[in-house]
Design a protein around this ligand. Sequence first.
Ligand code: DAT
Ligand code: MG
Length: 149
Amino acid sequence: MERTFVMVKPDGVQRGLAGEVILRLERRGLKLVGAKFMQVSRELAETHYAVHKGKPFYEGLVRYITSAPVMAMVWEGPNAIQAVRQTMGATRPTEAAPGTVRHDFALEVGRNLTHASDGPETAVAEIGLWFKPSELVSWDRATDDWIMG
Ligand code: DAT
Ligand code: MG
């Protein structure tokens, strides 16, 4: 079973779309194993986006992500990383497929609503950065057998 880090960014929270994002991941069959509503510190933002340091959009990205609260989450399921990235859509909302969160609710890359880990290594690193092990809950869901064969 795979886990991935997902965040509803400040624009998503401000626009009342946190529930919409959760709804879509729940309906997909993914299982929530951790969540916290929080204000992101500059230090955490810089660590999370370290790979983008030096790029022209980096400063704006850090300012955006620290500008207001976010909903940080960990979701679990078979191929969770790929499934969540697919549900969120392409980084640029105008390139995201219809039916994806970024297509359906966003217009600009700098306000693209969500973050999701992009691979197994980044998922492990991001989950460890944002959550303590004790903040993650392994639980049996009554519908698991109907979602996973
Ligand atoms: P993703 O969030 O789809 O994993 P990414 O890791 O390439 O995309 O970039 C992280 C975030 O940085 C992205 O969600 C929005 C912002 N970003 C990326 N490219 C950008 C650009 N050319 N201009 C402005 N913001 C950008
Ligand atoms: Mg990324």
